[in-house]
Design a protein around this ligand. Structure first.
Ligand code: 2HA
Ligand code: ZN
Length: 272
């Protein structure tokens, strides 16, 4: 049996988590990342013996048999690269969808993030839109949080401010950004509300908390987050100052059209 820590997707997952920590997106135990793994490839690295069964308090039947790598509850992103077997785990969703079967990791008796049900709900919603979706990522980037304090949380208004603040945004997320008002985290409700938004958007902002994003790959989910975060930083640098220049709706449309993305723009979002 090969060492699971030599498996390329796990190496990339850990590298990604360290990068998020160093960017300041995940203070203390903030943030969580889940990724569906390829079971056939995993056979070379795992014997699939169930170490423990952990209830997930949510019906994940639609994901039964799927194997996830996921960050641990209360665990610090900072520590993942130094002790992965303690801070992350690999779990399989049981046949009845009620439990996570621990196959590797959480070796101090720990369990998955409190947001795992929210992740699973988002995976379920997103796979209906894109069967290749593999990753759900949550973190707390400072500029995104700051912008949710000073800007309207109306989805169209929030998205258009972002699109107008940085040229590449409409190309990176032509579908726009989902925005949720402040809600209690770790609850089924925020999970369901996020999953509902994931039917329309790959990025869902949680006001005064952070962001959820999904993607086929870690790069896609992370790339969405870093693009939004950088643009919020630009917005925050300019907020309160006199705005002399912006990108017009005609210019936004020309960008979308240039990249053949104009059909992904929601009707009525651009005044052209
Ligand atoms: O622990 O980020 O939303 C982590 C969180 C909860
Ligand atoms: Zn959080």
């Amino acid at each position: 049996m090969k060492n699971i820590l030599d498996y390329a997707p796990i190496k990339e997952y850990i590298r990604n988590i360290s990068n998020m920590y160093r960017l300041g997106y995940d203070e203390r135990n903030g943030g969580n990342v889940s990724m569906i793994l390829n079971k056939d490839e995993l056979k070379e690295y795992l014997d699939f013996k169930v170490i423990r069964v952990i209830p997930i308090n949510f019906d994940a039947t639609e994901l039964a048999g799927e194997v996830f790598v996921v960050t641990g509850t209360g665990k610090y992103f900072k520590n993942v690269e130094y002790d992965p077997e303690r801070n992350i785990g690999i779990v399989r969703i049981s046949k009845d969808g009620k439990n996570a079967e621990l196959l590797w990791g959480f070796n101090d008796g720990g369990k998955f993030t409190s947001e795992f049900p929210a992740h699973l709900m988002s995976h379920i919603a997103r796979r209906k839109i894109n069967p290749n979706n593999k990753v759900v990522m949550h973190c707390h980037p400072a500029n995104i949080i700051a912008m949710t304090i000073t800007h309207s949380l109306d989805e169209k208004e929030f998205t258009k401010t972002i699109w107008r603040t940085n040229t590449e945004c409409i190309v990176v997320f032509p579908e726009g950004l989902g925005v949720l008002p402040w809600e209690l985290c770790g609850t089924p409700k925020i999970g369901m509300d996020t999953a509902e938004k994931m039917k329309d958007y790959r990025v869902v902002i949680w006001a005064i908390h952070g962001v959820f994003a999904c993607g086929e790959t870690l790069d896609e989910a992370f790339g969405l987050i870093e693009t939004v975060e950088k643009t919020c930083e630009i917005y925050n640098l300019c907020n309160g100052k006199e705005i002399l220049n912006t990108i017009t709706d005609e210019q936004l449309y020309s960008l979308a059209k240039f990249w053949n993305l104009e059909n992904l723009i929601k009707p009525g979002w651009l005044d052209i």
